[in-house]
Design a protein around this ligand. Structure first.
Ligand code: GTP
Ligand code: MG
Length: 149
């Protein structure tokens, strides 16, 4: 099964929509295999957003993701990476389709509620930044027997 890294950003935590976001992922059929409620260190943010460090918006992105606690998670399922990206929606919540997390729950790019890995390589890289191997929990959820063909 594929794994993807998901993070509810500080605005999502402050707005009290952590449960609502998790419910969507759970209802879809994805399985949470790791979670940590934490404030990100500068080192982790630089590593996590390495591709954006030189961008003009990086200082505001860094301040935003370090502005309060986040919920970092790993979710597992068939095609989990692409499926979660579709559930999350476009980067700018103002343009994200209704029915997506950003489309239904956010207003602006700089406060877009959630992060999700965009490809297998970034998922592996991001999971490695935020979790150790022993923090990923292997278990079977009862609904797996009826979830997949
Ligand atoms: P992530 O899942 O968080 O990686 O979002 P994404 O993959 O949809 O977008 P991308 O990786 O291009 O950008 C990473 C994050 O930087 C976005 O989610 C935004 O929070 C922030 N960001 C990107 N572009 C801008 C911008 O133009 N202005 C501001 N303020 N923030 C931006
Ligand atoms: Mg991204």
């Amino acid at each position: 099964m594929e794994r993807t890294f998901v993070m509810i950003k500080p605005d999502g935590v402050q707005r009290g929509i952590v449960g609502a976001v998790i419910s969507r992922l759970e209802a879809k059929g994805l399985k949470m295999v790791a979670a940590q409620f934490t404030v990100l260190s500068e080192e982790k943010v630089m590593e996590h957003y390495a591709e954006h460090v030189e961008k003009p918006f990086f200082p505001s992105l860094k301040a935003y993701v370090m502005s309060g606690p986040v919920l970092t998670m790993v979710w597992e399922g068939k095609d989990a990476i692409a499926i979660v990206r579709r559930l999350v929606g476009a980067t700018n919540p103002a343009e994200a389709a209704p029915g997506t997390i950003r489309g239904d729950m956010g207003m602006e790019t700089g406060k877009n509620v959630i992060h999700a890995s965009d490809a297998p390589e970034s998922a592996a890289r991001e999971i490695g930044i935020h979790f150790t191997k022993d923090e990923l929990v292997a278990y079977t959820r009862i609904d797996e027997a009826v979830l997949y063909e």
